[in-house]
Design a protein around this ligand. Structure first.
Ligand code: NAD
Ligand code: MN
Length: 498
């Protein structure tokens, strides 16, 4: 697959049988209303398929199916080792269908098919495997109560978990929520982003093929204000795992308060700083990674390193390196393996990015990019764009743009760099480049973010928790800690004659 040509990928894309129905209680179904919406490929403006427009009625059906499955124990009372076997099979099926999974995400939201085939789709298989392997190795506790009392403290599944996900990593966001929630024994109702529902629907079909019982993993595509809201307000959903914008994360907290006090775990936006100190020896690698940190996935990454703070003495030379890298990453057809950047998810997001860029041209120093472009006369594409000498309070440096736009800000002292990095409503991630170990540790200590990457960017693995501080939310995906979201602590106290 990694030796496929552009023509190979195009032929395989054309041969796909794309499914757009909702997946509820083990089968594909139309929305109760019969309504559908266009699923659009942002690289070509073409309609890929009609997708079921799920709303409250469909969410109700899916939650009822999830509840029935949870109550009769077909999954929730299965031995962890048996759930493991099913989820390992699912990981294998994702690998067996890797090419299709990669194509679905690429066509649906514009990411490079080679990235989807090497990062997103293998990642999904890996995360399912990781939670499958973990789940029969976690022990509960016996409390130190003393003779006559046996107090068991166990982690039990919650019931029905609602998951609402964004469009930037469609398959992986569905997986981060789904793999952990399912491994723990819950039923899941997933509402994928309306821009990118396709891979989640296929994932649900593969889960059924792997042996996940009917009703346990449901996917209801639809819009946020209808289907998403219905899930957030549902009286029979026990937990709502959300990844998306800060504004909508706040709404889910309100939905919970207005309904049944379901647990809400928001993982929201970011404006992650990347701090490059003059004592970093390998500035070429730092520049490679700074470019990757903002231009990978068209900059549509919650933890994108969108604020670059560079020590003033090396700033101009560093920006020169960055310009060269940006210019080598012009957007192209996502199905062309030689393309370095893909399409923006849709017209609305493209226009939003360009509003920031046009304002930025008036208030900062545009050094490369800055234009919307087409590929073969079509699609939503934005050049990799760098603004230099951005004032710290400029919207370019303050707001989440969620596109390939980097703001460079010089600094003079370590304290100043840390203060600017922390002066944000967000706290998702940060990067630090230095060969001074004490400085690396000192600066990391002070950065109020969920993940600090030292001499790299966006460090991430199944073994480490991912999530933020401040208005980046407080949910954590990945690692064993993610299971805490999908389980409750339960005490069972037994009296016996000692
Ligand atoms: P979004 O908040 O607009 O949408 C996310 C999801 O919420 C979608 O499924 C959408 O349909 C739903 N939704 C929208 N309005 C709703 C409403 N009123 N009620 C209920 N549901 C609603 O975000 P997006 O544009 O899809 O994704 C981009 C955002 O996601 C960025 O802010 C990015 O930083 C964030 N993100 C965060 C992480 C993380 O782990 N912290 C990861 C990826 C993306
Ligand atoms: Mn789409």
């Amino acid at each position: 697959m990694l030796d496929y040509t552009h023509e190979d990928w195009k032929a395989r894309a054309a041969a796909l049988n794309i499914k757009g129905q909702a997946f509820i209680d083990g089968k594909f179904v139309d929305a109760a209303s019969g309504k559908t919406f266009d699923c659009i490929n942002p690289a070509t403006d073409a309609v890929l398929v009609q997708v079921a427009e799920g709303d409250e009625a469909d969410i109700n059906r899916a939650v009822a199916a999830g509840r029935a499955a949870f109550e009769d124990g077909r999954w929730s009372r299965m031995a962890p080792g048996d759930r493991k076997a099913v989820l390992l099979k699912l990981a294998d099926l994702i690998r067996a269908n890797l090419e299709e999974m990669a194509l679905l995400d690429s066509l649906d939201m514009g990411k490079l098919v080679t990235d989807a085939a090497t990062v997103d789709a293998p990642g999904s298989a890996h995360f399912f495997q990781w939670y499958a392997e973990a789940i029969d190795k976690i022990y509960d506790e016996v409390a130190p109560t003393g003779p006559g009392d046996l107090a068991l403290v166990s982690r039990v599944p919650l019931g029905v978990v609602g998951a609402v996900t964004p469009w930037n990593f469609p398959l992986d966001m569905a997986t981060w929520k789904g793999a952990a929630a399912l491994a723990a024994g819950n039923s899941v109702v997933l509402k994928p982003a309306e821009q990118s529902p396709l891979s989640a629907l296929r994932l649900a079909e593969l889960a059924a093929e792997a042996g996940v019982p009917d009703g346990v993993f449901n996917v209801v595509p639809g819009f946020g204000v209808t289907a998403g809201k219905a899930l957030g307000l549902h009286m029979d959903v026990d937990c709502l795992a959300f990844t998306g914008s800060t504004a909508i994360g706040k709404m889910f907290m309100q939905y919970s308060g207005q309904s049944n006090l379901k647990q809400v775990w928001p993982e929201t936006g970011g404006k992650s700083p990347n701090l490059v100190f003059a004592d970093c020896e390998d500035l070429d690698t730092a520049a490679d990674m700074a470019a990757f940190g903002i231009f990978f996935n068209q900059g549509e990454v919650c933890s994108a390193n969108s604020r670059l703070y560079v020590e003033r003495s090396i700033k101009d030379a560093f920006v020169e390196k960055l310009i060269a890298r940006a210019e080598a990453m012009q957007p192209g057809d996502p199905l062309d393996p030689t393309s370095k950047m893909g399409a923006i998810v849709d017209e609305k997001q493209t226009q939003g990015i360009m509003r920031f860029v046009e304002e930025g041209k008036k208030s900062a120093n545009l050094v490369t990019g800055g234009e919307r472009v087409t590929v073969d006369g079509k699609g939503c594409f934005v050049q990799p764009t760098i603004f230099d000498d951005v004032a710290h309070d400029n919207p370019l440096a303050r707001d989440e743009i969620f596109g390939p736009v980097l703001s460079v800000i010089p600094f003079d002292t370590e304290d100043e760099a840390v203060a600017m990095a922390n002066d944000s409503i967000y706290g998702l991630a940060a990067s630090v480049w230095t060969d001074n170990l004490s400085r690396a540790c000192r600066v990391s200590d002070k950065l109020m973010v969920g993940t600090v990457s030292v001499n790299t960017v966006d460090a991430l693995s199944a073994q480490t928790p991912f999530g933020g501080m401040k208005q980046s939310g407080f949910g954590r995906d990945l690692s064993l800690h993610s299971l805490e979201k999908y389980t409750a602590l339960k005490t069972t106290w037994i009296k016996y004659k000692a």
